[in-house]
Design a protein around this ligand. Structure first.
Ligand SMILES: NC(=O)c1ccc[n+]([C@@H]2O[C@H](COP(=O)([O-])OP(=O)(O)OC[C@H]3O[C@@H](n4cnc5c(N)ncnc54)[C@H](O)[C@@H]3O)[C@@H](O)[C@H]2O)c1
Length: 370
């Protein structure tokens, strides 16, 4: 194959498929899946709220080092009739709560590796928030642990389950836009919430291209169906110098990736956009038209007027759908759509952009994927 993005090559990539076949015998459909949470802050509390709506689960235990956050997480579960045990040490929780089947990890990025690998090695199913880890080495270690684990690993790239984006991606992968030639993304959103200090510390978050932009990079890498060849990026802090104090994360950057077959990806991310200049775009351009992934609206290149794809499950929350899929995948030991392989690939694509920006040079895929 010459690496070009034909309809056939899209259909051939594993990421283009829905969850794969059952790979091992699973849990009885009558038994509740006993779920534990590690980290119930901003994201973890949202995951818990949606997990409580997934049929057939029991919240067995919750761990957080912040007592107020932990109490709120316990209260949310108790309000829905669950009786979770309460922990501040995740190892103690995993050691003592022997009947836990699945663990949801929503802690700062620098903790993902230790927590995910520990849970996987104890035979648990793991739903770990994005990005996969802080460095390529961490991603490789989690990937290796997931490969040999008894349980499944699903990453928090929940936008793959978003109804509009899923419909848009099916359209792209089935050749609806012709050959895919250009991916264009912008994320201009104003700065992150200042009360969460670690968001601004790149030693903990991995910097914004890894911690924040990994979602859109995941979607584009899924659309491309292959990792990029090389990237050049430029970025830094132009406005929020020492805001908040000690900030080490960029407030703006742009990256251009070359994929096989001449496909290009261009993404810009800025945090100092004034009102009226903000916006998020996830646009896939094919030879015959272009689509906005988040709305599933597309326009043919030589015709006037927008067309909206039919979107099954329209309006359903992507986080709920991702967690529902996680529980189903865990029960049936099915390979998740957002599995360890795709999470590793997408996180590494973000990391090669970060490396290029930091080192001010073109970086190849081989440099991060070895
Ligand atoms: N998928 C998404 O759309 C999405 C959205 C937001 C955040 N995230 C991801 O979720 C993760 C958490 O982000 P957040 O915004 O919730 O951060 P947060 O700081 O609000 O929450 C992290 C929680 O982890 C707890 N914690 C820290 N160390 C711990 C430890 N050793 N043991 C147990 N708990 C510990 C903290 O007390 C806190 O409650 C990150 O990986 C982030 O990138 C994903």
């Amino acid at each position: 194959m010459d690496g070009s993005f034909t309809r056939r090559s899209f259909l051939a990539v594993p990421g283009a498929l829905a969850a794969g076949p059952a790979i091992l015998s699973g849990q009885s459909p009558n038994e509740a899946v006993r779920v534990a949470f590690i980290g119930v802050g901003n994201r973890g509390s949202y995951l818990e709220k949606h997990m409580l709506d997934v049929p057939g689960i029991q919240i067995a235990a919750i761990c957080d080092i912040n007592p107020d956050t932990l109490a709120a997480g316990i209260a949310a579960a108790k309000n829905r009739g669950h009786k979770p045990a309460s922990y501040t040490d995740f190892r103690k929780m995993l050691d003592q709560e022997k009947t836990i089947d699945a663990v949801v990890i929503a802690t700062p990025v620098n903790l993902h590796k230790e927590m995910a690998i520990t849970a996987l090695e104890m035979g648990k199913h793991v739903y770990c928030e994005k990005p996969m880890g802080l460095t390529p080495e961490e991603c490789n270690q989690i990937f290796a642990a997931a490969k040999s684990a008894k349980g499944i690993f699903q990453a928090g790239f929940q936008l793959r389950h978003d109804p509009a984006r899923a419909a848009a991606m099916r359209f792209v992968h089935s050749g609806g836009l012709g050959k895919v030639v250009y991916l264009h993304g912008t994320r201009h959103t104003g700065d992150l919430p200042r009360q969460t200090a670690w968001y601004f510390n790149r030693a903990i978050s991995g910097d914004n291209i890894v911690e924040q932009a990994c979602h859109i990079i995941d979607l584009f890498t899924w659309a491309a169906g292959a990792p990029p060849l090389r990237v050049y990026g430029s970025g830094g802090i132009n406005v929020f110098n020492d805001v908040p104090p000690g900030r080490t994360t960029m407030d703006n950057y742009s990256v251009v990736y070359d994929f096989p077959g001449g496909l290009r990806m261009n993404f810009s991310h800025i945090y100092f956009d004034p009102p009226g200049f903000s916006g998020i775009h996830e646009r896939v351009f094919g030879a015959d038209g272009a689509i906005e992934l988040s709305t599933a609206i597309w326009i043919a290149r030589d015709q006037k007027g927008e067309k909206k794809l039919e979107v099954p499950n329209a309006g359903k929350d992507s986080t709920y759908l991702s967690l529902e899929a996680f529980i189903d995948n865990a029960r049936n030991k099915r390979r998740p759509l957002n599995d360890a392989e795709s999470a590793r690939r997408s996180t590494l694509v973000a990391m090669m952009g970060r490396k290029s920006i930091y080192e001010q040079r073109v970086v190849s895929w081989d440099e991060v994927s070895r």
